[in-house]
Design a protein around this ligand. Structure first.
Ligand code: ZN
Length: 175
């Protein structure tokens, strides 16, 4: 008697392939994360479910059913897509966390620079609105080093009475 291919195994394989075909299209319109994410959820999860169901069907009746290879391929494609998308999402969260940390460091730097400007204004007796140079501020920092933006933005010290600002993170915001 001829073995019959389990329909769910074929479905799993087709869904597994569709993930990548559809993701290729979606990514162009929606960007990597959203495109991959939608493809992984819409096709990847059904591919995984069909693959598991097909495998257990075949296991129960190996004499009459085939398609184990297809089911495994569909499963692997499904899992790769889901895990890959999760990894991407985690990466982006980490990157977001890094940016958040950099911004906080930068704001702290700008606050310290602002304090040094107050100090310099007081010490020098210069009127408000006087231009401040980096060399005016060095004595107020440890080892004479005025802090710099962790993301490489350049600082405008600005005259006294005007908040210093970073080319990347903007003006000092009091929070
Ligand atoms: Zn900055």
């Amino acid at each position: 008697m001829q073995k019959k291919t389990v329909g769910l195994a074929a479905a799993s394989l087709v869904l597994g392939i569709l993930i990548y075909v559809v993701a290729g299209q979606l990514v162009q319109h929606l960007g990597t994360v959203t495109g991959d994410g939608i493809a992984a959820i819409v096709f990847g999860i059904p591919a995984i479910i069909c693959g598991h169901l097909a495998k257990s069907k075949i296991k129960r009746n190996p004499a009459q059913l085939k398609g184990g290879g297809m089911a495994i391929t569909g499963l692997v494609l499904g899992y790769l897509a889901v895990v890959g998308t999760l990894g991407l999402a985690i990466d982006i969260r980490l990157e977001h966390g890094n940016n958040e940390t950099s911004r906080k460091i930068c704001v702290t730097n700008l606050r310290a620079i602002n304090n040094a400007k107050w100090q310099w204004e007081f010490d020098s007796g210069k009127p408000k609105g006087s231009l401040v140079k980096q060399s005016d501020l060095t004595i107020y920092f440890k080892d004479g080093v005025v802090p710099t933006c962790p993301k490489g933005g350049s600082y405008s010290y600005n005259p006294t009475g005007v908040d210093p600002e970073c080319s990347i993170h903007g003006k000092l915001k009091v929070e």
